[in-house]
Design a protein around this ligand. Structure first.
Ligand SMILES: Cc1cc2nc3c(=O)[nH]c(=O)nc-3n(C[C@H](O)[C@H](O)[C@H](O)COP(=O)(O)O)c2cc1C
Ligand SMILES: CC(C)CC(=O)C(=O)O
Length: 409
């Protein structure tokens, strides 16, 4: 991947991304921007939005546009939300705290990653310190993304902590039994700098850096590999990123539907399953009683070659029609018109992953606010130009596949 350095005054998410290419260290930039393998799905997530066409309605008095909506019973200012992304302090020293403050100011929903570089408690506290304007019923909303650890006691302890801290839903990521193969991270030998920690897993006595978990095993392995290679004049090249090794060491690949039922049985928080792409799994999720389904391919970072999320959305929605479950989408949402298309197809909300990281890299909290505002303004304009004043005005008739005029036969 080439690096571009021309800095722009950002007026779109694409500008923020281009600027981040010039400012972030390669270790972080590649970690953030990469998809798995050939990155086919990563590209398709955006391309698939471009293949859809809008069907606007005219003459409908769009002088006032209101994007307020509800998520699992809570009112937020907009269906544009923040997806969980790990290790945000790689982009800006304030990391997750900056994101939480920007979410609070915008009264939007933020999902915090299990693998944040700021603890769940410190992140939500940063958001709650922001005074919230009382001009509408909407409020900031924080959800917690859960990776189910091999250590179920540690998993349960984390659930108790986030319940106590004030998170309003658990979002269980189910597409990462192993880490997808991101070639740039392997080449760069991706590392979390030593002063940053997986803050949700540290105790008073031990800071959990990737190094503390991996270095001892790795140095033993590498010494053995180097010894074998020495005699053959072979350069030792590590075949997997330290992140992939970290996932193997911590995340439970035996995870199955019984574990989702187990999490539901030990918490009163609503559960959202993140990473559903098929009608078969959507049906199973609804049968188990989860409150939400997040249609996601992990931003093209896990199984390369799966459908773009906007293309997978209709089959998931179809499978759970009439069931009591909210369906959201993430992946490739970069513009206001993308949000409109996802909602027209039936998503209740969309979540942004990389755009938030590009905002953070641009200017910390203000950069995240800028990213959120840019896409929010684009969405409001797209709604008005399509003849929609409220979220409930957006319907399936506002979007079509393909470029031919729709037959009314
Ligand atoms: C750098 C990075 C880190 C991520 N970390 C997590 C994570 O910790 N947990 C998780 O469930 N998803 C994680 N994701 C996936 C996002 O939640 C989301 O599914 C994806 O980024 C959406 O696609 P987009 O980046 O095109 O908006 C990560 C994505 C990126 C780009
Ligand atoms: C599994 C973690 C390393 C974070 C993650 O989900 C990602 O990098 O995509």
């Amino acid at each position: 991947m080439s690096r571009q350095h021309q800095q722009l005054i950002p007026i779109s998410i694409a500008d923020l991304e281009q600027n981040a290419h010039g400012t972030l260290a390669l270790n972080a930039l590649d970690y953030y921007r990469s998809g798995a393998n050939d990155m086919q799905t990563l590209k398709d997530n955006q391309d698939a939005f471009s293949r859809l066409r809008l069907r606007p309605r005219i003459l409908r008095d769009v002088s006032k546009v209101d994007t307020q909506t509800t998520l699992l019973g809570y009112t937020v200012s907009s269906p544009i939300c923040i997806a969980p992304t790990a290790m945000q302090r790689l982009a800006n020293d304030e990391g997750e705290k900056a994101t939480a403050r920007a979410a609070a100011k915008a009264k939007k929903c933020m999902i915090l990653s299990s693998w944040s570089t700021t603890s769940a408690e410190d992140t939500i506290a940063a958001g709650q310190e922001v005074p919230v304007a009382q001009d509408s019923p909407s409020l900031p909303l924080y959800w917690f993304q859960l990776y189910v650890y091999k250590d179920r006691i540690a998993t349960e302890k984390l659930i108790r902590r986030v319940e106590k801290a004030g998170y309003k839903a658990l979002v269980i990521t189910v597409d990462t039994p192993f880490l997808g193969r991101r070639l740039a991270d392997v080449r760069n030998v991706f590392k979390l700098p030593k002063h940053m920690t997986m803050a949700n897993f540290e105790t008073k006595d031990s800071k959990v850096t990737m190094a503390t978990i991996l270095d001892l095993e790795k140095s033993a392995e590498e010494a053995a590999a180097a010894k074998t290679a020495e005699g053959k004049g072979t350069k030792v090249v590590r075949q997997e990123s330290s992140l992939a090794a970290y996932v193997v060491s911590q995340i439970d690949p035996t995870l199955n539907w019984n574990d989702i039922a187990w999490v539901r049985s030990i918490t009163k928080l609503p559960v959202v399953v993140k990473g559903v792409l098929t009608e078969e799994d959507a049906t199973l999720a609804a049968d188990i009683g989860v409150e939400g389904i997040l249609v996601s391919n992990h931003g093209g970072r896990q199984l390369d070659g799966v459908l773009a999320t906007i293309d997978a959305l209709p089959e998931v929605l179809n499978a759970v029609k009439g069931r009591n479950v909210e369906v959201y989408l993430d992946g490739g949402v970069r513009k206001g018109t993308d949000v409109l298309k996802a909602l027209a197809l039936g998503a209740k909300a969309v979540f942004l992953g990389r755009p938030i990281l590009w905002g953070l890299a641009h200017d910390g909290e203000d950069g995240v606010s800028l990213a959120l505002n840019l896409i929010q303004q684009e969405f409001e304009l797209a709604m008005a130009l399509a003849g929609c004043c409220n979220i409930s005005d957006i319907t399936r008739d506002h979007v079509q596949h393909g470029t031919s005029a729709r037959s009314r036969l």
